[in-house]
Ligand binder design. Sequence first.
Ligand SMILES: *Cc1c(COP(=O)(O)O)cnc(C)c1O
Length: 218
Amino acid sequence: MAVNAEQYRSLIQELGPDVTLVAVSKTKPAEDIQALYELGQRDFGENYVQELTEKVPALPKDIRWHFIGHLQSNKVKYIVPFVHLIQGVDSLKLLKEIDKQSAKAGRVTDCLLQIHIATEETKFGLDGPELAALLVSDEFASMKHIRVRGLMGMASFSHDQELLKKEFTVIRELYKQHGSGWDTLSMGMSSDYRLAVQEGSTMVRVGSLLFGARTPVS
Ligand SMILES: *Cc1c(COP(=O)(O)O)cnc(C)c1O
């Protein structure tokens, strides 16, 4: 079996009731997701729209699907009908499309705004001033079919604990500064979830620690 059950149990225990574990199942087959589901896991995260929409029909209906990747506006309509939380909303334009498609689907979609904090140029997200501007905009105020629950961030791909800590702190401070009514601060992955939780994360996104290493996708 590709799923590490022992690792899963100890991680759940370590995180405790106040931190939500999102099991990141991108590139992994439905059988692996089913195996973790049977151990009790309900929150799963995927990065690719097509992969996600192909997996959903084959798996239990009470799975809470988190979209954690970079979402293109033209793909929003495919996931809005069922998605539990869209993490990684990185522009007002995308938020507007989620609002529009959610209105069509007759629902309110929960979202996290992604903060760009890592030193890598390749990662997406808003910086502090962009976040502040979005939150006070009239357009944001007019959207009735999205609900922002908090922030999501990805730290640098680094083992430098001081750097990671600094990055998590920046996100946490933005969360505290803007987050009246927010309840979700999503930061931390397999390699840095412990530090992220120490720095205030309420949701970690863990893949390879549970499912084993991914073979790179092109
Ligand atoms: C792949 C991915 C993860 C999980 O990464 P691991 O290192 O396998 O735990 C978490 N968050 C995002 C946004 C990802 O793309």
